[in-house]
Design a protein around this ligand. Sequence first.
Ligand SMILES: [Zn+2]
Length: 226
Amino acid sequence: MADSMTLRIANFESQLRMLESRNCHVIPLSDWVAWRLALASGDAAPLPARAVVLTADDGHRSQFEAMAPALRERSWPVTLFVYPSAISNASYAMTWPQLRELAADPLVSVQSHTLWHPNLVRERGRMAPQAFRRFVADQLTRSRDTLEQKLAHPVTLLAWPFGLSDEGLAAQAAEAGYRSAFSLGNRSAGPADPLYAVPRHLIVDSVDASQLAARLEAAFANGMAS
Ligand SMILES: [Zn+2]
């Protein structure tokens, strides 16, 4: 099924080759978070030059069939943000055994994308404040508990559905025990970005390897990680 979010495999492969040919260092998201947290205490060891983090959202089966093998070939780490209600349920999604197989690889980290991917900013406008707080708490904690129970590895990071959050949501993510949360924004993450709304580039098929290269070079020139 192709839609605006589809990234064709040939394009994905050429983006990976671009990262290789430009000597990018693909690091685990957890390394970036550790660096970002250590900045506050002033004892952050620098990230490698030209650091890039790979993440993929929503648990599509193509991540199991096409993406994971291409990354494994290169020994590149990736973080998958998954909402558990889709797994072994939605037709496009991975099954729990497939996700468990990926999660068993130390290079793959599976983290929370809420329980069923609601647009939280829109829901805030529709619900009474107390009910909304409970709804968000449920989305944040039950997704984490389900993933930890099914995959037996710790879940400490969150990606906002549709990349949408606000200050109240950020505060609730912190309260729920998440260490950092990620949005979208088509720009690279820097030390000044809020810890609970860290931007990520949304890579869809209309972003080809040369466009991606231009974005990364611009960010590296500013000393940022992508
Ligand atoms: Zn999503």
